[in-house]
Design a protein. Structure first.
Length: 176
């Protein structure tokens, strides 16, 4: 299921299991070799689905969750909201997450989600969008750079599973 039109829509609670599948498989693919293998292997769709349901219920008014569908199946997920970074100017959005199913990489799913999120954030009055990406995740960095995002000079250590990796902050102005 790599062909066909991609439809971006608001996530609903019934999407939590499919989103968890996208997120877990996305982590396992994107962070292979960057985060310990044992940590990625221990991730389960069932546990993540529970986390998605909790986050969805608690953050439904502050976080925008979008899914990408192809042929009626959820193949990607993105979420954004107000920037959580106290160093970023106020009035900016932050892309919290964007994942596509591994078999959907380079098929337009990620771009459709990113375009949907940036257009929606611009429509809500956000002047810019920021995001954090692992410094060593070359594929993700190329993806965001092709979409007009650029590193803004901020970087932070991220501690996960006994490993420290570096995250870079990227930014893009949004149309008024």
């Amino acid at each position: 299921m790599t062909g066909g039109a991609v439809r971006v829509r608001d996530m609903v609670v019934d999407d939590c299991e499919a989103v968890a599948e996208v997120r877990v498989r996305g982590w396992q693919t994107a962070y292979e070799g960057l985060i310990p293998t044992w940590y990625l292997a221990a991730m389960t769709v069932e546990a993540d689905a529970g986390t998605r349901r909790t986050h969805f219920a608690q953050d439904s008014t502050r976080t925008v969750n979008l899914v990408a569908e192809r042929a009626g199946s959820v193949v990607g997920w993105a979420c954004y909201g107000a920037s959580r970074d106290g160093r970023a100017p106020t009035g900016e959005a932050e892309l919290y997450a964007l994942y596509a199913r591994p078999d959907q990489l380079s098929t337009g799913v990620g771009r459709a989600l990113l375009d949907g999120a940036t257009a929606r954030a611009a429509g809500e009055g956000y002047a810019a969008m920021r995001l954090w990406v692992l410094k060593d995740n070359a594929r993700a960095r190329r993806f965001y750079e092709k979409a007009g995002f650029a590193p803004d000079g901020a970087e932070d250590p991220w501690h996960v599973a006994g490993t420290t990796v570096t995250e870079l902050r990227y930014a893009r102005r949004l149309p008024a």
